[in-house]
Ligand binder design. Structure first.
Ligand code: ADP
Length: 477
């Protein structure tokens, strides 16, 4: 059996990242190598990617790739075996991977990512110029979701897996574009890729792929319900026998307080004090008596940050402080800026995307808040555990699977690593923050929890074999 995988993703850390998808696509190859699987990753040739791909070998070419020529360059960067799809008419632009400078979706996003999926399927079916051909095609989210369709249309034999990192993004396109997207006409039905009269690129992947995975066991169950399935719960229920939930890990080469170059390194909870003091100084916050809570997040409805705004007075009342790093929805940006202006001694807000500051915040905070309404896995609570920065999380998705609640049972058994709250309301979050402050005041209990958290396994050791088993099923089929 060949143990080769082509992974297709629209973002791959550290080259290009807007969220957790990039981290996972970037970490999987390293995690699966010890399991005997060699993963090559195909990603769009955005300007930063082409820069890294300079001197790469051309290994695939197509003259008419959704409006212009495209070629694939093979290269290595950051220890990854990468394939960049160089198609200037689609990717060589000034802006983000998905949005232009005006903050709006690129109008041709469907074609941009259909092209990525097309190249992925072609490589999976016919191989590269140098003869390399994968046994498994692993695609991520809607951006790569048409690949299993194209693969089947070409008669490719590779097994296909689609991973859902967030079901909220469907890649919905007007029905009139189906021939432009090279989709089989017969598939435009409710059993196929049609979604209420439109094309759903994600749904196409969910219907055509041989297996489906998502990034935590709890989210895999939640996806089957109307509350969390975002209209795709019916499709997923019909295919639940091929759906798996495999928990994300973090890249421990990047997120490890003992080796992190961005912080004052530490191995024990006591080492956090220097980082806390430095963070307070950097943000202009007098060190609070209560817990310094940090947030590193996209600012969107999903992340429940409106609940945090509503619960903030209870945290401040209990002696705590808040430091937030995030960007996104302009209403949230303004609301948090406003909170910082109202409480300059207790609330600090940095709007923007800043990798190094994210490390300093997670090292320097006492607790990290993740009050998401839904959360497929969530990575920042895992960073928090690794850094002894106790997570306060909503009881949902991967947050439910990764934190051990400091309830009576958890405390008596001496295993708690954080706080979970439910229902996902401002009142329940407020209570959780008060409980956090009370625990913080009990230094012995707090330090014991920090030790538990730092010992909790958050790498890929548990999940890599689960992916390997899935790949093996697909390669053998
Ligand atoms: P999602 O993918 O839904 O945004 P995750 O928790 O899975 O959420 O992953 C988010 C990733 O993006 C984490 O690695 C987090 O540290 C990072 N991140 C989010 N916002 C920022 C920011 N403003 N600055 C730096 N890193 C950020």
């Amino acid at each position: 059996m060949r143990r080769t995988v082509l992974s297709v993703a629209s973002e791959v850390a550290p080259l290009v990242k807007t969220g957790g998808l990039a981290d996972v696509a970037g970490a999987l190859p390293g995690a699966l190598l010890p399991e005997g699987w060699a993963i090559r990753t195909l990603l769009p040739g955005y300007p930063a990617v082409l820069e890294a791909a300079r001197g790469g070998r051309e290994v695939w070419r197509e003259e008419r790739l959704f409006g212009g020529p495209g070629r694939v360059l093979a290269f290595e960067a950051a220890g990854l075996d990468l394939l960049a799809l160089d198609a200037p008419h689609l990717y060589l632009r000034d802006g983000g991977p998905y949005l232009g400078r005006d903050g709006r979706d690129w109008p041709d996003n469907a074609e941009r990512f259909a092209a990525l999926a097309w190249a992925g399927a072609a490589i999976a079916a016919e191989g590269l110029a140098d003869g390399w051909r994968p046994a498994v095609l692993h695609v991520h989210d809607w951006q790569a979701a048409l690949a299993p369709v194209y693969l089947k249309e070409r008669g490719g034999r590779a097994g296909s897996l689609i991973t859902i990192h967030n079901v909220a993004f469907h890649g919905l396109v007007d029905a009139s574009r189906r021939s432009a997207l090279r989709l089989p006409e017969a598939g435009f039905t409710p059993e196929g890729y049609e979604f209420w009269g439109r094309i759903s690129m994600l749904k196409a992947g969910l219907v055509w792929a041989d297996r489906i995975s998502t990034v935590s066991p709890t989210y895999a169950r939640e996806l089957l319900t109307p509350e969390f399935g975002m209209g795709l719960d019916g499709v997923l229920r019909a295919r639940h026998h091929v759906l798996r939930g495999i928990l994300n890990g973090i890249d421990e080469r990047v997120w490890n307080p003992a080796t992190d170059p961005a912080i004052a390194r530490y191995r024990a909870p006591s080492g956090k004090a220097r980082n806390r003091a430095a963070l307070c100084a950097e943000l202009g916050l007098p060190p609070p008596k209560g817990p310094l809570c940090v947030v590193v997040s996209r600012l969107s409805e999903q992340k429940g940050l409106d609940l945090l705004l509503a619960a903030l007075p209870r945290l401040l009342e209990a002696g705590g402080a808040l430091a937030l790093l995030g960007a996104g929805d302009s209403g949230f940006e303004a609301a948090f800026r406003n909170a910082a202006a109202t409480h300059p001694d207790r609330v600090a807000v940095r709007i923007g995307y800043d990798e190094a500051l994210a490390h300093r915040m997670i090292a320097g905070g006492d607790a990290i808040l993740v009050p998401s309404r839904f959360e497929p896995c969530g990575l920042t609570q895992l960073y928090g555990l690794r850094y002894g920065t106790l997570p306060v999380v909503a009881l949902t998705g991967g947050l439910a699977d990764t934190v051990i609640n400091a309830n009576d049972a958890g405390m008596k058994a001496g295993v708690a690593t954080g706080i979970q709250f439910h229902p996902v309301t401002a009142a329940a979050l407020g209570e959780a923050l008060e409980r956090l402050a009370a625990l913080f005041a009990d230094r012995e209990a707090w330090t014991a929890m920090q030790r538990n958290a730092m010992r909790h396994p958050v790498g890929w050791a548990a999940s890599a074999p689960a992916y390997a088993a899935l790949y093996a099923e697909l390669a053998a089929a």
